[in-house]
Design a protein around this ligand. Structure first.
Ligand SMILES: NC(=O)C1=CN([C@@H]2O[C@H](COP(=O)(O)OP(=O)(O)OC[C@H]3O[C@@H](n4cnc5c(N)ncnc54)[C@H](O)[C@@H]3O)[C@@H](O)[C@H]2O)C=CC1
Ligand SMILES: O=C(O)[C@H]1O[C@H](OP(=O)(O)OP(=O)(O)OC[C@H]2O[C@@H](n3ccc(=O)[nH]c3=O)[C@H](O)[C@@H]2O)[C@H](O)[C@@H](O)[C@@H]1O
Length: 419
């Protein structure tokens, strides 16, 4: 059992804290948001992550997990995990201010290891190790929101970058997971993380462009992605077209990688193209909605289904649904939106908590987030309250037969109009 300090109690920090405590380690999790510390200490978890709340409560009950606003207390532990935000800074690369604050709170002892889980540009860990003399291990995180606990417990890989001795000690913390471990230097681990997120973004931009080509040529995007996915060298995952990719990490990490690569003298042309294609995807989706509305959005009421950046979360950060909504609003549309998990303010979209209210009086109904439950809605009931007769499914989650049975016309991504 190791003494672990964690800085940051967000998606990554809280998941790491609860899961390491469940693995038997003694975990002190520090968080600058004192109200969060108070809630978590009472076992109240607000992140909608399956299995996280019971795990936190088990850790508290067993005395293996505690929360504190005192980052210095966590910084005095043998292993100090940095799980703090690294948002886009003014120059496009990651802003490391929060990580610097964690560093300042560490009280190094001879056996201290700083484990950097935050996503940081290549060179960051080596620089910290060089300037502080602390042993630093880069241990990037690959969990997905909505699957955080599962992904921590069953990772495809644990990546550890640093000197051999420190890496061995961190590897021992994860030993019970039985996951493949990639041992490398600082830079390899840091770049491996960005490279993975950027590759996912590349795949999606490519698929979204293929969907547009399908709309022009009459090819069926499902057949195209199935054909690709059955090739073992390509694989079936991350090939679903959508209104663009978003979330708290893919957009920021792709921007940061382009900027830091440029700083190193490498122009990541393909990644720049993928980012640009993603911006154009929002325009394309807005144009399809405009066409479905009869050519103009001015004064049109549009009912949106899904506002979160993906299904399974209420997170709105860099949500493609909101990017599209912004374009619709700019063109004069009035927007009403329903999402099963979103509770925050949604800008130009008036949020309602009943799908029927989102459909009421709408000229066009639009699906923007891939919630499976949208397929189970009573589309006849929605058709009855809508003003128009068209639903634009920009996630291809609806059952075409059920929608057509309701009398609505269905417009899908990657399908020529009318097919
Ligand atoms: N959200 C995700 O799915 C993933 C995020 N990451 C990366 O992990 C890092 C953290 O991301 P999230 O957990 O999503 O962020 P988050 O925003 O959910 O949580 C970060 C937490 O750190 C706290 N904090 C800020 N400064 C602090 C300080 N100096 N000391 C202690 N606590 C502090 C904040 O109050 C917040 O509660 C980022 O670098 C992100 O790119 C990596 C993989 C997955
Ligand atoms: O670094 C991070 O923060 C994380 O970023 C992503 O995880 P996440 O942001 O939770 O979201 P994803 O599930 O990757 O989805 C990203 C976006 O792509 C879209 N998407 C995903 C898959 C797909 O087939 N089609 C598609 O349009 C989603 O709707 C969403 O807008 C990565 O999948 C994680 O491995 C990584 O750890």
């Amino acid at each position: 059992m190791a003494a672990v300090g964690i800085a940051g109690a967000g998606y990554v920090g809280l998941t790491t804290a609860a899961c390491l405590a469940a693995l038997g380690h003694d975990v002190l999790c520090a968080e600058v948001d004192e109200s969060k510390v108070a809630r978590l200490s009472r076992g109240e978890v607000t992140l909608a992550e399956p299995d996280l709340a019971p795990l936190v409560r088990d850790g508290l009950a067993a005395g293996r997990l505690r929360f504190t606003p005192d980052v210095r207390a966590a910084g005095a532990r043998e292993f100090v995990f940095a799980c703090v935000p690294t948002p886009t800074g003014p120059d496009g690369t990651a802003d490391l201010g929060a990580l610097e604050a964690v560093l300042a709170a560490i009280r190094p002892a001879p056996d201290t290891v700083l484990v950097v889980k935050s996503t940081v540009p290549v060179g960051t860990c080596a620089r910290i190790a060089g300037t502080t003399g602390i042993a630093v291990v880069s241990n990037p995180e690959f969990l997905r929101e909505g699957h955080a606990v599962h992904d921590f417990r069953h990772p495809d890989r644990v990546v550890l970058g640093g000197d051999e001795h420190a890496v061995d000690r961190v590897a021992a913390l994860y030993a019970d997971l039985g996951a493949p471990i990639v041992r490398t230097g600082h830079a390899g681990a840091e770049l491996g993380k960005y490279a993975s997120n950027a590759f996912l973004a590349l795949k999606l931009s490519y698929v979204n462009l293929l969907a547009r080509l399908c709309e022009r040529t009459g090819a069926d995007i499902d057949a195209v992605t199935r054909t690709m996915g059955l090739d073992e060298r390509i694989g079936p995952h991350f090939l679903r077209p959508g209104p663009g990719w978003g979330g708290s990490c893919l957009p920021k990490d792709t921007r940061a990688l382009v900027a830091s690569a440029a700083g190193a003298g490498v122009d990541l042309t393909v990644l720049r193209a993928a980012i640009e294609a993603n911006d154009r995807q929002y325009d394309h989706v807005a144009a399809r909605i405009r066409d479905a509305a009869g050519g103009s959005l001015d004064g049109a009421r549009i009912g949106l289904f899904g506002l979160a950046f993906k299904a399974g979360t209420g997170d709105l950060r860099d949500s493609p649904a909101l990017a599209v909504a912004g374009r619709l609003a700019a063109a004069g549309a009035t927007l009403t939106g329903y999402d099963p998990a979103v509770t925050a303010d949604t800008g130009p979209v008036q949020r309602v908590d009943d799908p029927v209210l989102a459909a009421k009086g709408a000229r066009v109904l639009v699906v923007l987030t891939e919630w499976p439950e949208f397929a189970r809605l009573d589309w006849s009931q929605l058709a009855a309250v809508a003003e128009g007769d068209v639903v634009v499914d920009m996630r291809n989650v609806l059952d075409p037969a059920a929608v057509r049975g309701s009398g609505l016309r269905l417009v899908r991504l990657g399908r020529a109009p009318g097919t």
